[in-house]
Design a protein around this ligand. Structure first.
Ligand code: ATP
Ligand code: MG
Length: 273
């Protein structure tokens, strides 16, 4: 697994709440064919998932957003903030960027405790209140089954713990209004809980995902093909029954997964889920 140096100050975050929308203007697919959508507008509280085969351009799409592409990436897309090309400070100053990107490879390599790491971030953001560090750890612990203790070394956290902590940090400390999650669903975090909390905090979120439940829980679904956005689906409640069914199946699978992880043999008579 590739490991990136990804301390808090490399997270792309925004401290002001002044962003009302992020707009993606179309580019072209890998063959140079123009994308057919007019514009994709992301507003506070929106949830989008990006689906499509391997190599279809899902990661490239969120990378365009992260770097505020301006027809200067391989896709030719342009990203606007509040309808305009973003100010230079959004692009250059990590503390001004309105976006937190968390991937399966996100790792914190700072050699300090979880508590000290978060406290440093809180100080850097000139936030007041001493409770925020404990609140962030508590929130992260709602996302992962493996409890994170304040005194844990950051470097000793598992992948699932790290991503849970990064999501909690992005919500409470970085206060990023748009969170990009690249295939983090199978990595030891409770997906439904993450989505519920993101919605509660009115965060916009884009999931790159192969997970049916995450896709079904999103308001819009972008379907990628050959590097371009092929279509944008807005189920608008029409998938409700399927979503409920998938949620039940997912719960069943989660229970099996937990028992298997706990080392059990699933052979008991009358075992029901
Ligand atoms: N529109 C495009 N024009 C040119 N190159 C592109 C375009 N979109 C994606 N690519 C390139 O295609 C390759 C695969 O894209 P990407 O990594 O985004 O796929 P992915 O859907 O995330 O795949 P995976 O599911 O395996 O993670 C990358 O090298 C990317 O830079
Ligand atoms: Mg990818």
């Amino acid at each position: 697994m590739a490991i990136y140096f990804h301390p808090w100050f490399l997270l792309l975050v925004m401290s002001s709440g002044a962003i009302s929308e992020i707009t993606i203007l179309p580019g072209h697919d890998k063959h140079g064919n123009p994308e057919s959508f007019d514009r994709i507008v992301i507003r506070p509280g929106d949830t989008l998932s990006i689906v499509g085969p391997t190599g279809s351009g899902k990661t490239a799409f969120i990378n365009d957003i992260e770097v505020f592409a301006c027809n200067d990436t391989s896709t030719g897309r342009t990203v606007l903030v509040n309808g305009e090309i973003p100010a230079e400070e959004f692009i250059r100053d990590p503390s001004k960027k309105p976006i937190a990107l968390i991937t399966q490879n996100t790792k914190c390599l700072a050699d300090m405790s979880v508590e000290a790491f978060l406290a440093m971030h809180v100080r850097a953001r000139k936030m007041s209140g001493s409770a925020i560090v404990a609140e962030t750890i508590d929130l992260a612990n709602q996302f992962t089954g493996e409890q994170i203790h304040p005194g844990c070394r950051i470097t000793a956290l598992s992948g699932g713990q790290t991503r849970s902590l990064m999501v909690a940090d992005a919500i409470l400390i970085s206060n990023a209004p748009l969170i990009l999650l690249d295939e983090v669903e199978n990595a030891g975090i409770f997906r439904e809980k993450v989505i519920e909390v993101l919605k509660e905090h009115c965060k916009s979120v884009i999931f790159v995902t192969h997970d049916p439940l995450v896709s079904l829980l999103s308001d819009r679904r972008l379907v990628m093909r050959h590097g371009g956005v092929e279509k944008i689906l807005e189920p608008d409640g029409r998938e409700f029954h399927i979503r409920e069914m998938v949620a039940r199946m997912d719960l069943t699978l989660c229970r099996f997964r937990e028992r298997i992880r706990a080392g059990e043999l699933l052979t008991e008579k009358g075992f029901t889920v």
